[in-house]
Design a protein around this ligand. Structure first.
Ligand code: ASP
Ligand code: MG
Length: 421
């Protein structure tokens, strides 16, 4: 049996007909290597944004069902054009939308999750030697309602198809050359990683590395699908391979540094130090769908029987958060509430930091030497995040990138030793 490769091309890769012809060449090249090929495409260029704009011109609150009917049309255009381009270049191909394939999702409009993917029709086309071009982003429910997977969801369509078909690999072709140690716009010395593990990629995606849809990474991890992020415009470059942590060749202590400017800090002072106080506060926030990121509760001052609780939320959720705190104020008996909007969360991520003491200390010392004050700290097994002042974020990222030997001239020779600070 031949290996199956799933290739995914995003909106910029299929932005016009010339680009679609080029994508066809990349597909034919993969097939010529002896593989069965399934291609997942997004809508052309900014089509999805344009469709949303038109809907808003017609109604302030278009129904979510009709929005999905509308947005799913974008991918319908690209699949047909790419199948034509393949046929025109002599490669047998067939386009299929989510209904024809059977990409089954839950019945939730605009952010549905995939439940199951039928593989029989795709397999019968592959058996005939055809390339199957599948519409990303779309799904269908049991009762034939059209759904979409959320913005950027074509990545998830591709990875889920690769999982369902036991593909050898899922290649995500995009306009960047792979996954970098940090944002090259902040640090020109950022280096492209040859490999990164699913768990590291998930952490980096959450703290602002915008390469892959986080749900696509979760799906890849769940089905153990190797994913390659690579450039549509430089086909000879292999990009970055995302795999399981046990399959990685190299475990450097820190793989990436990221900063996230989307959060704001809220400090609730002098709350009652009794069981149930945090539960009241965070349940009320959860009920209003406000997701809280970092939470710190200070050491209780016994004599006063009070605590301070600090946490971060999305900047856009601040007004709602303050309203909710007002509502529960009497029950949690807090005094002042402070908001700090000008913060950044700077994180270092690396599966190699597990059981390796000293990484956190190195991070704190680096920030201290730069005169950067840390406002909050949180850690997981493979991530350490510090909240710092927004205007010091870039400097913090640059300093950490250098200290952990991620600058491009060094990254090739990393030996995993802890840097001397
Ligand atoms: N076309 C959809 C969007 O723009 C899905 C995707 O591109 O992944 O969000
Ligand atoms: Mg995309």
């Amino acid at each position: 049996m031949k290996n199956i490769i799933v290739q995914k091309f995003g909106g910029t890769s299929v932005a016009d007909t010339e680009k679609i012809k080029n994508v066809a060449k990349a597909v034919i090249r993969e097939k010529a290597l002896g593989n069965d090929v399934i291609v997942v495409v997004s809508a052309m260029g900014h089509t999805t944004d344009y469709l949303i704009k038109m809907a808003k011109e017609i109604s302030d609150s278009p129904s979510s069902r009709e929005m999905d009917m509308l947005l799913s049309t974008g991918e319908g255009v690209s699949i047909a054009l790419l199948a034509m381009a393949l046929q025109a270049q002599g490669c047998p191909a067939v386009s299929m939308n989510a209904v024809q394939v059977g990409i089954m999702t839950e019945k939730v409009h605009s952010k549905a999750r995939i439940i199951d993917i039928k593989t029989d029709k795709i397999k019968s086309h592959l058996a005939k030697g055809e390339v199957v071009v599948v519409a990303g982003f779309q799904g269908v429910t049991d009762d034939l309602e059209i759904t979409t997977l959320g913005r950027g969801g074509s990545d998830t369509s591709a990875v889920a198809l690769a999982g369902a078909l036991h593909a050898k690999r899922c290649d995500i072709y995009t306009d960047v050359e792979g996954v970098y140690t940090t944002d090259p716009r902040t640090v020109p010395h950022a280096s492209r990683l040859d490999e990164i593990s699913y768990i590291e990629m998930l952490e980096l995606a959450r703290v602002g590395a915008n390469v892959l849809h986080p749900r696509a990474v979760e799906t890849a991890k769940q089905y153990n699908v190797p994913v390659r992020v690579r450039s549509t415009f430089k086909l000879d470059n292999l990009g970055t391979l995302i795999i399981g942590v046990d399959e990685m060749e190299l475990h450097r202590p820190v793989t990436g540094v990221a900063s996230d400017l989307s959060q704001a800090r809220v400090v609730v002072c002098d709350v009652k130090d009794n069981p149930g106080t945090a539960a009241i506060l965070f349940n009320s926030l959860a009920k209003e769908n406000i997701s809280v990121d970092m939470i710190i509760q200070s050491y209780a001052r016994k004599a006063l029987n009070t605590n301070d609780i600090a946490f971060t939320v999305e900047k856009g959720d601040i007004d709602k958060t303050l309203e909710i705190i007002q509502k529960v104020k009497d029950r949690i008996e807090c005094s002042n509430v402070f908001v700090d909007n000008k913060i950044a969360k700077v994180s270092i991520v690396g599966a190699g930091m597990i059981d390796r003491p000293g990484i956190a200390a190195t991070m704190f010392k680096t920030l201290a030497d730069l005169g950067i004050n840390i406002k909050m700290i949180s850690t997981s097994e493979i991530k350490i995040s510090c909240i710092v002042a927004e205007d010091q974020a870039d400097e913090a990222v640059k300093g950490l990138h250098r200290v952990f030997h991620l600058d491009c001239e060094e990254v090739a020779e990393v030996n995993g030793d802890l840097p001397d600070v």
